[in-house]
Design a protein around this ligand. Structure first.
Ligand code: ADP
Ligand code: MG
Length: 535
């Protein structure tokens, strides 16, 4: 400890220990990293599957959320440990690429790490382990291609898509309403999908939450719904053939910058200033009117004077439109976002069939819906529910379902869920292990065991005996040569996941296995951790 003085002569104390670092090397580093990451995976494993548990997460400022979504759980856990953070990123990259399967990917990584730990204890070199995992991963991915089935997404009123959406929704709080919500999600995606290019721009599906009512009241609205009303209650409630002026500048006279003063010494000057300010408003409204616009949507607010003037000039207006809404409206209606009143031209206006105020349920609250947009079709899913927690979780669940449907439109191949695909891959990997003559053989076997961990976990979570149910499923898969046998989580009397219609996208399963292997390999390559002392 020593005393020093800063530029102003104030004393301060320097603590020597502050700079010290903790260092872990070799086996100790591997193990500590693996244990930290495994702890995260263990937390998530009870959330996997249709009977998985939810987590309640309380943030530092007391916000509570209840969720079953892997990516959300790990994000809100505020994890500090550097290797554990890799699993957070793992879940998030699955979320970004695929949207669903965010719990599964972390659980699988955890199982792989568990196996790696045993192998390390046996004295196998980490690089050999990671090599073996890599080879096993390739075998599993190839096998997935083989057992995948193509589905006809058009057939039977898009039944396959609805089923896939139901699988995604089945594990969530809203699972009671999975069929209705699944249908809504399918219709929404198909509404904005470009089936010839096999592409869906998910930005065109707006998910709006509004507490009140119940989850059954959730519905699809064709058009953009914004949670705002006209700025003045006496303005027109409906504008047909709307020409929209989309502004990101406030209806306000320019304010003097902080450094400037205006000195007003007599009433005359005050009046002049007042008139000048009024003139600003008049000019602004004129500029909007002259362009031919019949409605103004403004990202900022405006005061009562301006509001009144807009009313007088019969120009309906909406204030405080959110930034994301502004972008969506611009995209759908072809409006250009206008940052200055001087730049308004007729060409920059967006067009829509109508903009009107709508009311939902028995509440007095109104929202605006923009329909028949000129450029692209955009839809809104309005989620209702008893509390903020429910609507938030419903939003996350519907997001998962929408992603699954999008993925199926891009690539219509599926594998079956309930752990059946993982089990089939595990069996294939085991077979391959016999062909490997080097030390990697152990790692390849362990990879198969890790894959089995998924059906194991599913069975455990729904109260079945994991060892017997997995053993049964395994022997049936082998005996019947049927890769669709999984865990009958809902106890429907059949383990054939095709009969149960548990669809998962091939892309999601592939991504899960690949990402999990990648992260585990990465963790296995770290043999030296240098961190500040307080880790
Ligand atoms: P994730 O966040 O990884 O999508 P979920 O909690 O949605 O996690 O669980 C997905 C897992 O649950 C998948 O392995 C899927 O096959 C399985 N699953 C979903 N529904 C069923 C069901 N009805 N019966 C058996 N397994 C199911
Ligand atoms: Mg899911």
């Amino acid at each position: 400890m020593s005393l020093a003085f800063d530029d102003y002569g104030r004393p301060y104390i320097i603590l020597r220990e502050q700079g010290s670092k903790k260092r872990m090397k070799g086996l100790e580093a591997y193990k500590s990293n693996i244990l930290a990451a495994k702890a995260i995976a263990n937390t998530l494993s009870s959330s996997l599957g249709p009977k998985g548990m939810d987590k309640m997460l309380v943030s530092a400022d007391g916000d509570v959320s209840v969720t079953n979504d892997g990516a959300t759980i790990v994000e809100k856990m505020e994890i500090q440990h550097p290797t554990a953070k890799l699993l957070v990123e793992l879940s998030q990259s699955q979320d970004a690429e695929i949207g669903d399967g965010t719990t599964g990917v972390v659980v699988l990584a955890g199982k792989l790490l568990e196996q790696a730990l045993t192998l390390l204890d046996k004295g196998i070199h980490p690089l050999k382990i990671s090599d073996g995992f890599d080879r096993a991963c390739d075998v599993a991915i190839k096998h997935l291609d083989q057992i995948a089935e193509e589905i006809d997404i058009q057939q039977n009123d898009h039944e396959a898509l609805i089923q896939a959406a139901c699988t995604a929704l089945g594990s969530k709080v809203v699972s009671k309403r999975k069929r209705e919500l699944g249908k809504i999600a399918v219709t929404a995606v198909l509404d904005v999908a470009d089936l010839t290019r096999k592409d869906v721009n998910l930005d065109l599906i707006k998910i709006q939450t509004k507490t009140g009512g119940s989850v059954e009241d959730t519905r699809l609205i064709s058009g953009i719904l914004i949670d705002k009303d006209m700025s003045h209650p006496q303005m027109k409630k409906e504008v047909t053939d709307a020409k929209i002026c989309l502004l990101t500048c406030p209806f306000e006279p320019p304010k003097p910058k902080t450094k400037h003063n205006i000195n007003i010494s007599n009433a005359e000057d005050y009046k002049k200033l007042y008139q000048q300010e009024q003139q600003y408003f008049v000019d602004m409204v004129k500029l909007v009117k002259n362009s031919g616009a019949n409605i103004a949507l403004c990202q900022w607010g405006f005061d009562d004077e301006a509001n009144h003037l807009l009313l007088q000039n019969e120009l309906p207006a909406v204030r405080w439109v959110s930034g994301t809404d502004v972008e969506l409206i611009a995209m759908a209606t072809g409006a250009r976002i206008i940052p200055r009143f001087q730049e308004i031209t007729p060409q920059k206006l967006g067009k829509a069939g109508s903009i009107r105020e709508v009311q939902f349920g028995t509440s007095n609250e109104r929202m605006l819906v923009i329909e028949n947009c000129q450029c692209t079709k955009a839809v809104t899913i309005l989620i209702r529910g008893g509390s903020q927690m429910i609507v938030d979780e419903a939003k996350r669940s519907i997001h998962d379902a929408i992603c699954v449907i999008r993925n199926l439109i891009k690539d219509n191949r599926i594998v079956y869920g309930g752990g059946s695909a993982e089990l089939a891959c595990a069996l294939q990997v085991l077979q391959y292990a016999d062909e490997v003559s080097s030390v990697e053989q152990y790692a390849v076997r362990s990879f198969a065991d890790a894959l089995e961990g998924i059906p194991n976990c599913l069975a455990d979570n729904c109260g079945l005996n994991p060892i017997t149910s997995v053993a049964q499923a395994k022997s049936r898969q082998l005996a019947e040569k049927n890769p669709r046998i999984g865990i009958d989580c809902m106890e429907l009397g059949t383990s054939d996941m095709k009969e149960q219609k548990i669809y998962e996208t091939l892309s999601s399963k592939k991504q899960q296995i690949q990402l999990a292997t990648q992260v585990v390999k990465m963790i296995l390559k770290i043999d030296d951790v240098i961190a500040p002392d307080d880790y």
